[in-house]
Design a binder for this molecule. Structure first.
Ligand SMILES: *[C@@H]1O[C@H](CO)[C@@H](O)[C@H](O)[C@H]1NC(C)=O
Length: 330
């Protein structure tokens, strides 16, 4: 009887691990090689494609950071990469995985950002998410979070789902933020075709405690590893921005929204790990932007985190990057 229970237990565990693993967000989406989807943006040999063609190392040293860019422009889709961040002392280092069309629309660009902010030794990396729509750079919608794992130990999957109706940021299988398009946001919701970017660069001016801790090149090179590239969306011809070509693989399962159980997980993540939200930043917004729903308990909880400084936005995809001089703009 005891053995029987043990067997059932093992079966139960096996089935559940299968279900949980099988639930992977991009389970059925094609993983492409670096060359199939991306090209180098800057950084000379600080970008290194590994032999298998499926992984890339981006490094930052005293000469330059580095970055890559998708070959195609996309309007909506599911975009994902597994990333392993550099360990130890990484203050001032920023790794960004984001979408932007700042090259095409200089005055009214859109952007969807994951930014990873390095830290001093013994303190964890934090992630920041943000969006801009149609040049809304005066209204930063940043949020910052700690993670429930050490992102320097192993690869983790970071994904952006972008549809007409919402944007969802995922870390592994966990939705960490959902931005619903609301009427009152107007053009602030990203709505024009964008390219994907990944960069590593020196953001000493702002990234760690508002610039208190700078990049220390004694610890260089700082290497961020990227793998498992998913670029699954509608591509747009850069010459004719209205021409849409949508992938239509019958077995693909792009998440189209958040299930109730994912929503519960998301709420619990946010209660535990969110350290900053623009909605609660009274220094920046006397009246929070219209989409904000204020929870007094949350306001109280967020007070205990360090004040933050922002240098994101245009800085990480500015023209300076193409020249390989990663200069923070703010
Ligand atoms: C986006 O900006 C352009 C130029 O500033 C403007 O003409 C257009 O109406 C805006 N679109 C939206 C959806 O707000």
């Amino acid at each position: 009887m005891k053995n029987m229970n043990m067997n059932m237990y093992i079966q139960f565990v096996l089935i559940w691990s299968f279900v949980v693993l099988g639930h992977g967000l991009s389970r059925n989406l094609p993983i492409i090689s670096f060359d199939e989807g991306y090209s180098q943006l800057f950084g000379d040999d600080n970008l290194m494609v590994l032999k298998d063609g499926n992984s890339v190392h981006l490094s930052l040293d005293e000469r330059t950071g580095s970055g890559f860019v998708s070959q195609d422009l996309y309007l909506h889709g599911f975009f994902s990469a597994s990333i392993k961040l550099p360990a130890d002392y990484t203050a001032g280092v920023v790794v960004a995985f984001y979408m932007s069309n700042g090259d095409t629309f200089e005055k009214n660009h859109d952007e969807i950002d994951f930014e990873f902010l390095g830290n001093i030794r013994g303190k964890e990396w934090r992630i920041q998410t943000n969006i801009y729509g149609n040049g809304s750079t005066k209204v930063g919608r940043e949020e910052r979070y700690g993670l429930w794992f050490d992102p320097t130990d192993d690869y983790h999957q970071y994904s952006i789902l972008w549809t007409k109706a919402h944007i969802i940021f995922y870390v592994d299988d966990v939705a960490i933020r959902e931005i619903k398009r609301t009427e009152s946001m107007g053009g602030d919701f990203p709505s024009k075709p964008m390219t994907l970017y990944a960069t590593i660069w020196d953001a000493s001016e702002w990234a760690t405690n508002g610039g208190k801790y700078k990049v220390n090149y004694k610890y260089a090179p700082y290497i961020a590893e990227f793998s498992n590239f998913v670029l699954h969306g509608c591509t747009v011809d850069p010459v004719d921005l209205t021409s849409l070509k949508c992938e239509d693989a019958p077995n693909t399962k792009i998440p189209t929204g958040i299930t109730p159980s994912q929503r519960a997980k998301m709420e619990s993540f946010r209660k535990k790990h969110m350290q900053y939200s623009y909605c609660y930043d009274k220094r920046r917004y006397k009246t929070p932007p219209s989409e904000c729903v204020i929870n007094p308990k949350e306001a109280e909880r967020l007070k205990r985190f360090d004040p933050v400084t922002f240098g994101g936005g245009r800085a990480h995809h500015g023209k300076s990057h193409r020249r390989g001089q990663a200069v923070a703009a703010i």
